[in-house]
Design a protein around this ligand. Sequence first.
Ligand code: HEM
Length: 215
Amino acid sequence: MSTRFSAALREATWAEHERAESAGFMRGLLAGDLPSGAYADLTAQHYFAYRVLEQAAESMRGDPVAGPFVFDELTRLPALERDLHHLLGDDWADRIRPNTATQRYCARLQEVCFTWPGGFIAHSYTRYLGDLSGGQAIRGTVERTFGLTDGVGAEFYRFPGIPRPREFKDDYRGRLDGAPWSPDEQGRVIDEVLEAYRHNTDVLVELGEVHGSGT
Ligand code: HEM
């Protein structure tokens, strides 16, 4: 089979991508229909997930398989902290909590991203390639809807260290193609990406329920 792994991965997971993308909360966000509290809550849920994912990145930095997927220019946690500070004030850390779906998502990240390179890569791929794709469409709407001038409050969506996202994504896909995985291991990585999408959709569905923006 000559299909590149990155293409097979995308193909096998695109239906789950569509589910995540079409969650009512996402549609509401993109349509500029959500109140700023809902946006702050989304930012808070991101904060909890990236805190675990980026701790895992630190522990995977020296791993021969996962190390090439650790990029400082992807790191989101400092931007999320600044966004939350802007949106919620000095006491932002006391005012946020992970929703039930985020707690489950974080438990999964904790379980697979620290000891299994393929698990770390599956979850990193799902978040960061998404942030560099759909996230760039969300950025403009969020900045306009909530009057976030110069991106302050929406820094999460800006990657100053990645001026050309398309090239970055192509390079990332090349690394996926070059990873030394057997067909079995490739299958496990695909399954974990499916799992990652499901967690992300669950987080969005719960946000939709809490903020009354559909499912
Ligand atoms: C309104 C919401 C969204 C929109 C409009 C959107 C849109 C897109 C588009 C247009 C691409 C293709 C980009 C390319 O080929 O370079 C893409 C890729 C991707 N998106 Fe989304 N997306 C959304 C939500 C999400 C969510 C919630 C996730 C998961 C957390 C996600 C994860 C991904 C991933 C991993 C890719 C890369 C797929 C690949 O090429 O291998 N997206 N998205």
